[in-house]
Structures are given as C-alpha cells and as structure tokens.
Design a protein around this ligand. Structure first.
Ligand code: SF4
Ligand code: SF4
Length: 357
C-alpha cells in the first residue's frame, strides 16, 4: 500500500477489538470470523507485507461484504470506512480476473446492455425540471412503476420520469471493482440528466443516490442538480398538501435500507410518511442506525448467493418478530429481497391511500 495514512488506518483496524462485528450482517448471519471487519483489515496488512498467496481466497473475502456501512457506523474511529479498502480489494480482484461468477455475469450483462438486467425499453414520460430516475431495481417492479406514476399524476407536479434501456447509475460496475467502467457510466448519466434539462433528480434506490451524490464526485463527475430520495420528495408532497391521503388503521414495521440509514442518515422522512398515513410504527430491535442489510440481490453487492440468502433470512426473522400488520421499506431491492414478508414501498402505501380532489 503506497499511502502511509491508509496503511496506518487499516493496521489500526487489524489491531482493533472488532466489536463492530456485532453490527456486521454477513458475520452475524454466517458466524464466519474470516469475513468480520477486523479480519478483512488483516488481509490488507498481509497483502502489504507480500504474505497473501491465495489470490482467489482474498478476492472471495472482498465479495463477502454487503458494503452496508454498519462497520463504519459503529467504528471506534470517526474518519474510517473499511469499505474504502474492500473496494480497493475488489479492484485488485477485477484486474486479476478473479470476480465471483455471479458478479462476473452482471458485469457481462452490463457491458452488453448498459444495465445489469439485459435488454429493456426506454421509459420517458412527463416534462419539467424535476426528474424521477427509475433505477434498474424499480424498473423490474411493475407495481412500483404504477404506484409512482399514480402519486406523481395526483400531485399535478411537472416531473420527467426516465429510466430503462441503457440508463444506469453504474453501481454494478462500481461494486465489481471496475473504476474505469464506473467513471464512464457516471459520465453517461451526467449527459442523460443534462440532456433533459433537470435541476433536481429524485430516485427511489439508495444505491443510485449514493453513487450520484458521493461517488461520482470521487471520479471527477459533478452533477449540477439537487438530489433527493423518494421518501424526502414524497414526504414534502404530503406536507405541502400536494397529495391528500385517507388514514389507515393498523401497525407497520419499517425496514431501514442500510445505505439510506448508514450513509445518508435518512430515517425520519419514511417514518413521518408512515405515521401520516395512519399507521402506528412497531420498531424491530435492529432499526435506524442499527439496521441490518437485507443482503441485496445476489451478485449486486454480495458476490455469493448462499451468503446473501443467510443475510436475508436473518433480516426476515428480525422483522417478523414485531408481528406488525404490514411491512414497509423505501428501496426497490429491499422490497424484492424481503418479499416473503410482503414488504411494500412507501410509494405504494401512499398510492393506495390517495384521495383525489
Ligand atoms: S471497522 Fe472500526 S471498529 Fe471495526 S474492527 Fe475496524 S477499526 Fe475496529
Ligand atoms: S460493510 Fe457491512 S457487511 Fe461489509 S464488513 Fe462492514 S458491516 Fe460487514
């Protein structure tokens, strides 16, 4: 490692008591010490000393993190994020051609179609300078597309909806450890936004928001737009009375998407919406800044489907314990992964309760 500060940081982590592992979903779900944060850091110390001979083993550990940020959130050092090193490890694996098969498949599809899901139609609807970017994960979900459409129509706001085809924030390449591919995807997204004359972009996927707001600038791509998550945008439509809703009765458990809680501190807006819709919130034990990742779709951030399933099962049983009437989240991937609990997105909840006129 060339940077002395980085080597110092990762060495401190390798020598730490590793208490953050009790917030790490991959460790908790698998019980595998090798993939706990401090053990991951040790691999970088070994790598620096030239002691790491098992290149595939190293790569496999890098792809057994769901990049959720719980270790950053609970780290004893305020300026440390282990994910920066995991990301370096992924770039090494990418260069050495050692990606896990599921990640390799996603990169291949992305290279062919410009998105991780394959051939798609372009969605382009509406006018105005506010854009609603339909992420790859939202594009796959017909009910979500309809719900957002219904809410936006009812609000009478001028919003351009765009997505599908080869429009993607580039997250699949970022997580695969391909910085060049990710930079190109970021530049392409900037052009898509500028071509539409947008000054504000709203997205439902926390990953897209993280890419556009935090990671594009790191590769020299600055979007000259205001960014918002749908929970913030829809919350403002409700508080400004641009949409009216009838009240429901019952209890709701909200699953905090990991990146939304750990990286963006967005935990209040979704709860305000759920409360405004009439539900009493029943919090799970692991909630807000103690949330656990759902595991995300296999191959997306976690390279191994067996581990993704273990993380998913753990999160499902944590949520189930509340015994709430309904389960809600605000990320299309969380909704898909936690489908056994019939999780709905807050946009769907609003859409069901809209009152016209
Ligand atoms: S991520 Fe932070 S708390 Fe966790 S082992 Fe490393 S230094 Fe310690
Ligand atoms: S990012 Fe999440 S899964 Fe990865 S080591 Fe940190 S807490 Fe564990």
């Amino acid at each position: 490692m060339k940077d002395k500060k980085e080597l110092q940081q990762v060495t401190n982590c390798a020598l730490c008591a590793d208490m953050c592992k009790y917030s790490c979903p991959t460790y908790l779900a698998s019980g595998n010490e090798t993939i706990s944060p401090q053990k991951i850091a040790r691999l970088f110390v070994y790598e620096d000393k030239g002691l790491l001979k098992d290149r595939k083993g190293f790569s496999d550990v890098m792809f057994q993190s769901c990049m959720c940020g719980a270790c950053k959130r609970h780290c004893v050092y305020s300026d440390y994020d282990l994910r920066k090193f995991i990301q370096m490890g992924r770039s090494i694996a990418f260069k050495e051609g050692l990606l896990p098969d599921e990640t390799k498949k996603r990169v291949k599809t992305f290279t062919k179609y410009g998105n991780p899901n394959g051939e798609r139609q372009l969605i382009q609807k509406g006018t105005g300078t506010v854009g609603y970017f339909i992420s790859c994960s939202a594009y796959k979900d017909e009910a979500l597309l309809k719900a957002m459409d219904r809410v936006l129509t009812a609000s009478k706001m001028k919003v351009q909806q765009f997505g599908g085809a080869d429009i993607c924030c580039g997250a699949p390449l970022y997580y695969a450890g391909d910085p060049e591919g990710f930079t190109k995807a970021a530049q392409k997204m900037k052009k898509q936004i500028e071509r539409r004359g947008l000054d504000r972009v709203v997205t439902m996927c926390p990953n897209c928001l993280k890419m556009m707001g935090e990671l594009y600038p790191q590769v020299g791509v600055k979007l000259n737009v205001q960014l918002a998550h749908t929970s913030e945008f829809l919350g403002s439509l409700l508080s400004e009375r641009k949409i009216k809703v009838k009240k429901a009765k019952g209890t709701a458990t909200y699953h905090d998407p990991c990146l939304l809680a750990n990286d963006m501190d967005i935990t209040v807006a979704p709860r305000q919406i759920i409360t405004a819709l009439g539900y009493e919130i029943k919090e799970p034990v692991y909630t807000k800044d103690h949330t656990h990742c759902c595991g995300a779709p296999p191959g997306a951030r976690l390279g191994f489907s067996k581990l993704a399933d273990q993380v998913k099962s753990m999160r499902l049983s944590e949520l189930k314990q509340t015994g709430a009437d309904i389960y809600v989240s605000s990320c299309p991937s969380c909704k898909a992964v936690l489908s056994n609990l019939g999780v709905k997105d807050i946009a769907e909840l609003i859409s069901e309760q809209i009152v016209h006129g």
